[in-house]
Design a protein around this ligand. Structure first.
Ligand code: NAP
Length: 497
């Protein structure tokens, strides 16, 4: 094989997390074999490779947090933990024979569309270059850790790390630890570390609504039923899916169900926290669902422990020995855990992406990321985004949108490949505008655009991350490429028009 051919692939997939693996599997299933998955890490798994903090797991049931075609083998587990999800993804990749396609330790830093050839040029951190006819970005929305811009962070003499970059060599036993943030990651890590540490300070900027999470494992009878009765797995998955569509989505659209959820969350708080002062601190002042609801049975009891203090006074600065709050109190700690989430609205960052006529993707998105179906950006032919703008699900399992995208993109690749003349697929601005109107109309109805901080919207309040309509609508829209929306054009253009 010539060097040029070795460096060219029909489809370049960037990222080997759930999305990228899903795309690779769908390509394989359609007999498309010329593809490479570039992964910056040394293993697959994306967010489930990176988030190894104690207690890391998924609060969406395993039967739904999976590809529809690859059920979990161990049906005894209702909520999968990080290592189970990672093992599941390894199994899916192995079952589909993806190993020869995975290129680890290869971070793509730049994508450039060549107008003359109609191909994409990929550049790595090491300066290597590859070319591809089609590029699929699957870099996640929750992959870049967000560190708070606090004064004095560099002065801290202890050990500080983010939940997504857990320092397993740092033993927390007997230490004084500060956790900053009280989202879903914090709610999972706090119950695990609270019994180990001497003192735990939890710095809460705003409280989250918490709903009780059922037990991690099924009753043995239910587990046996799911494992042995044909069709039981599918029926259970379908029930979970329909329940989320019928109950959670209306709740997030401020229906009467939101009142019911709020009542349940209020009762949960009351039953688990008896101290009125702590209860007041933990009572959110935002609408339920505006922030992602925390699902946990062990979070409040951990906060109520004698060695745990919930600090609600705003952080003034980090010092050499701890954290000082605005009221002047200094609390010493030798470890700081940043449970402060991710840079979720910076889609595709830090990748530099240049499309047709030298158009810069991040400049195009300076007012917020937008893409038709969350997949296509006009002027960026043959570039397909997975988990792009407005495709996160706040009410159901994100694996559903990712699987829909993988199937859709594989069909687009087939369409492109079927043409006798080398072609590129693009959408027009009017298609994106119509899509955006549909998204914006839905966003206005949801509670996410209320006045609370959440990771679904930009600082200007534009909802860029979540899909505000039923999942079934997204699945319908991505069932097959719409010939009135996508355009196939000859690849490249003559050097002398
Ligand atoms: P997050 O939900 O974005 O929470 C970040 C937390 O850090 C918030 O409490 C935030 O406070 C706080 N924070 C941020 N900047 C701060 C600052 N400068 N000073 C003080 N506090 C600050 O992040 P996350 O908990 O990592 O979760 C992110 C998402 O990952 C989740 O919503 C979920 O979708 C996913 N996740 C899922 C699971 C699961 O079980 N499925 C588990 C973990 C994570 P404010 O609320 O005031 O902004």
């Amino acid at each position: 094989m010539t060097e040029e051919r070795r460096r060219h692939t029909q489809v370049a997939v960037i990222g080997a997390g759930i999305a990228g693996l899903g795309a690779a599997i769908q390509l394989k299933r359609r007999g498309l074999d010329s593809f490479t998955v570039y992964e910056k890490g040394e293993d697959l798994g994306g967010t489930w490779r990176d988030n190894t903090y104690p207690g890391a797991g998924c609060d969406i049931p395993s039967h739904l947090y999976s590809y529809s075609f690859a059920p979990y083998r161990d049906s005894a587990v209702r909520y999968p933990r990080q290592r189970e999800i990672l093992a599941y993804l390894h199994r899916c990749a192995a079952d589909s024979g993806l190993a020869p396609h995975l290129r680890f330790g290869t971070e793509i830093t730049e994508l450039r569309y060549e107008d003359e050839t109609g191909r994409w040029r990929l550049r790595t951190t090491g300066g290597e270059e590859y070319t591809a006819d089609v590029v699929v970005t699957a870099v996640g929305q929750l992959s870049l850790p967000k560190y708070p811009a606090l004064e004095g962070v560099d002065e801290f003499a202890g050990n500080a790390f983010h939940t997504a970059r857990w320092d397993h060599g740092h033993d927390l036993a007997g230490r004084d630890v500060a956790v900053i943030g009280t989202g879903s990651s914090a709610a999972q890590v706090i119950p695990e570390i609270a019994p180990l540490v001497r003192k735990l300070y939890v710095y809460q900027r705003s409280a989250n609504w918490v709903l009780p999470k059922p037990g991690e494992r099924f009753h043995p009878l239910m587990a046996a039923l799911l494992r042995r009765v044909p069709g039981a797995h599918r029926a259970y998955r379908s029930l979970l899916f329909r329940r989320s569509e019928a109950v959670l989505l209306p709740a997030l659209r401020r229906s009467r169900i939101s009142g019911l959820l709020r009542m349940m969350a209020g009762r949960h708080l009351k039953s688990q926290v008896t101290d009125p002062e702590l209860r007041a601190k933990l009572t959110p002042d935002s609408a339920i669902g505006c922030k992602r609801i925390v699902l946990a049975a062990d979070y409040y009891p951990a906060l109520a422990r004698d060695n745990v203090e919930v600090v609600t006074d705003p952080i003034e600065r980090v010092t050499e020995k701890g954290i000082q709050t605005r009221d002047g109190t200094h609390r010493e700690s030798d470890t700081i855990v940043y449970a402060t989430g991710f840079r979720t609205t910076e889609f595709l960052a830090p990748l530099k992406v240049t499309g047709r006529d030298g158009q810069d993707l991040h400049e195009t998105w300076s007012d917020g990321a937008r893409a038709h179906l969350g997949i296509h950006v006009p002027g960026f032919p043959n570039l397909f985004l997975m988990y792009g703008p407005n495709t996160n699900l706040g009410h159901n399992s994100v694996t559903l949108t990712l699987e829909a995208q993988a199937g859709y993109i594989a069909q687009c690749v087939e369409l492109i490949a079927e043409r006798e003349e080398r072609s590129v697929l693009d959408v027009g601005q009017e298609t994106l505008d119509a899509w955006q109107r549909q998204v914006d109309e839905g966003s206005r109805r949801t509670v996410w655009t209320d006045s609370c901080t959440n990771w679904f919207k930009t600082d200007d309040g534009l909802l860029t991350n979540n899909w505000p309509h039923p999942t079934t609508l997204y699945q319908r829209l991505t069932a097959r490429p719409d010939p009135t929306a996508v355009r196939l054009l000859p690849a490249g253009r003559p050097l002398h028009p």
